[in-house]
Design a protein around this ligand. Structure first.
Ligand SMILES: Nc1ncnc2c1ncn2[C@@H]1O[C@H](COP(=O)(O)OP(=O)(O)OP(=O)(O)O)[C@@H](O)[C@H]1O
Ligand SMILES: [Mg+2]
Length: 472
């Protein structure tokens, strides 16, 4: 069997994905922005320190005096605090102070220094070598002439380290979040599909039980969907139960009906056997009864086979265009002898010619059953009127008689298999109680309908309605 996707697994994957997306998106951005923010803050801070220092040197007239120890101490301190190297360059481009004490007395010429002598303060970032160079002019005491430059190269390596350690902490947090996310998603996915498992378990449980015995009620109403499935299941199970019941009833009826003629054959045969010397006339009489029982058994089996065949093949009728007037007339002709025997008048009223798509043999059988009943359950000298009419969509066959009629309470049962109103009388008339069941089955397979109107001791009318065009 092909491995099916599990809803639980899908939900789990979905939740994990939803939880991860925002993290993945923000991850790169925050790292980048946090580095930039820290860098900008650092630059601003160092720059302001640089400005203050340059102003201080201007105020102290540092370049006017040679080597002011207080100012130099401040320069050293500033360099120490910001991990920087500070140079003070005079108007001859000679370094007068280097906190690294490497370049004092040497000439320092660079674009930044030149530009600074022209009055511009500069900031140059060298991210590759992790430092920033600030240049700031130093003025003479009255602040009119630039007579020196303060050059400060501050390291920014620390920022990278800080960001790295922050990133490491973030990654640790992220890892923890992923673990929590996986656990949460697994739990949630499981919880969400529990009603489905519950449904499957309940239905399985019901499937093991006998559908016919207990009416299964599955009720998993955690979700609207599971409620719908439960309802659908209950309906199907109920239908199956009803079907099963009617099947059992049918089987028990069949066996009962088949046993009855056999039982009378057995009684007749046994009494002949045990009687010893029997006159030929009695012998003949008993054998005739046995023969009649065999005929009856044969009749029941034939009817049953017809019914089973119609049930099984309903849907694949042998449909052809038929003249219904002819069909009814022929059927009536076949039944004329039994009508005459009972002195029952047979009349056909055709209101119009009707051509329709039907299964000729089956419809003949259905009509024949109705007319035969109307004759059989009639009184001597009674009548049977068959009429045929049609509108643009349907044709109607009506079989009316003024016979014994069917009691009100029996009317809803006459179409059931083996049902007979008066069992003793029907046996007399040789019925099996399958005729109307067969008729109804045939009419339904033509997508038609059959209705009954009857009054006891007045008569019965069966009305059949069938579409002119057979609907596939
Ligand atoms: N026209 C009718 N008038 C009075 N009762 C009828 C009529 N048609 C049917 N019934 C009653 O309905 C019962 C069922 O009819 P159905 O045709 O199914 O069986 P049946 O005639 O007894 O046997 P079968 O037709 O199989 O030989 C009959 O036994 C009879 O009691
Ligand atoms: Mg009948």
């Amino acid at each position: 069997m092909k491995k099916k996707l599990s809803l639980q697994a899908c939900l789990f994957a979905l939740f994990v994905l939803i939880g991860l997306i925002p993290m993945l998106v923000t991850n790169g951005v925050t790292e980048r922005t946090s580095y930039q923010t820290l860098l900008n803050e650092h630059i601003a801070e160092v720059q302001s320190q640089c400005v203050m220092m340059a102003n201080q040197l201007t105020k102290d007239n540092y370049l006017g005096k040679a080597g002011d120890p207080a100012a130099e101490a401040e320069l050293e301190m500033l360099a120490g605090v910001y991990d920087a190297r500070i140079l003070v360059i005079n108007s001859n481009y000679v370094v007068v102070k280097d906190t690294f004490s490497l370049a004092e007395g040497r000439t320092s010429i660079s674009d930044a220094v030149f530009s600074c002598f022209a009055g511009n303060s500069n900031i140059e970032t060298d991210e590759e070598n992790d430092y920033i160079v600030f240049t700031r002019p130093i003025y003479n005491v009255d602040g009119t002439v630039i007579n020196g430059v303060l050059l400060m190269s501050a390291s920014i390596a620390q920022i990278g380290t800080t960001v790295d350690s922050l990133a490491w902490k973030t990654q640790l947090l992220e890892l923890m979040w992923v673990i929590v996310l996986v656990i949460l998603s697994a739990v949630l996915a499981r919880v969400l599909v529990i009603p489905l498992y519950k449904l499957a378990v309940t239905i399985n449980h019901m499937a093991i039980g006998d559908v016919a015995v207990d009416t299964p009620i599955v009720s998993v109403d955690d979700y609207r969907e599971t409620e719908l499935i439960s309802d659908a299941y209950n309906k199907t199970a109920n239908r199956l139960r009803i079907l099963d019941e009617s099947r059992q009833e049918f089987v028990s009826n069949v066996s009962h009906e088949l046993k009855t003629p056999l039982a009378s054959i057995r009684v007749l045969a046994d009494s002949l056997l045990s009687a010893g010397e029997v006159p030929v006339e009695l012998y003949r009489e008993f054998m005739e009864d046995i023969s009649a029982s065999v005929d009856r058994e044969q009749q029941i089996i034939d009817d049953l086979l017809t019914l089973v065949k119609i049930d099984r093949t309903s849907g694949d009728l042998n449909v052809t265009q038929e003249n219904i007037n002819d069909l009814i007339e022929n059927t009536m002709k076949e039944l004329l002898p039994i009508a005459e025997k009972k002195d029952v008048e047979l009349v056909l009223e055709s209101f119009r010619p009707v051509v329709a798509e039907v299964d000729r043999l089956k419809l003949s059988l259905a009509v024949s059953n109705l007319i035969e009943n109307a004759i059989k359950y009639n009184n001597e000298g009674g009548w049977v009127r068959v009429s045929l009419n049609a509108d643009h969509k349907y044709f109607f066959i009506k079989v009316a008689d003024n016979g014994i009629g069917i009691p009100e309470e029996a009317q809803e049962h006459v179409f059931s298999r083996f049902y007979r109103v008066d069992k003793a009388r029907s046996r007399e008339t040789g019925g099996t109680g399958l005729g109307l069941a067969i008729t109804q089955s045939i009419i339904l397979s033509h997508h038609g309908a059959i209705r009954l109107h009857s009054k006891e001791n007045v008569g019965s009318t069966f009305t059949v309605r069938i579409p002119l065009m057979y609907i596939q």
